[in-house]
Unconditional design. Structure first.
Length: 157
């Protein structure tokens, strides 16, 4: 129930390495800095996820996720705060049984592309593909809950 994750901006063409893709639509019933409650539709599946506050480095946090019926997820999305996240998630093998998840955002977050890698420990080493850009692990602006309230397109460049 502990999520350990590194996040990076994407600066290069990752598409030739994609093995699968899925549309994700998600909203937040609660997006308090100490905890979030997220409703997600992933393809034809629904999920509810509760996440705790990140540690000081932004690498680790408590996560509980449960699959729920798609009709329940659709109904719960109607209860979410404004700022639904819409993105396509692409999957790329990362070695050691891990996989990169590259999110290409749409709507008010159009133009943002983030790569995430879940790890077994904070010290785990991994190969960084050429298409990775700046690391944004721990930068709260890039948390989906924050992007739902302060979308990428509203940032001053």
């Amino acid at each position: 129930m502990l999520e350990i994750e590194r996040k990076f901006l994407v600066k290069g063409d990752f598409y030739p390495f994609v093995t699968a893709s899925k549309r994700l639509v998600q909203g937040y019933i609660c997006s308090d800095p100490r905890r979030t409650v997220r409703i997600r539709i992933s393809g034809e599946e629904g999920y509810i996820t509760i996440k705790g506050m990140s540690d000081e480095k932004g690498l680790s946090r408590f996560e509980f996720e449960q699959q729920i019926p798609l009709t329940d997820a659709e109904a719960l999305l109607q209860l979410c705060d404004p700022g639904i996240i819409d993105k396509i998630r692409h999957y790329i093998p990362a070695g050691n049984g891990r996989q990169w998840e590259i999110d290409v955002f749409h709507g008010e977050n159009q133009g943002l592309v983030i790569a995430e890698l879940e790890l077994g420990s904070e010290e785990e080493e991994f190969e960084k593909p050429f298409w990775l850009g700046k690391e944004v692990t721990g930068d709260k602006r890039y948390y989906n809950a924050m992007l739902s309230r302060n979308p990428y397109q509203s940032w001053k460049k």
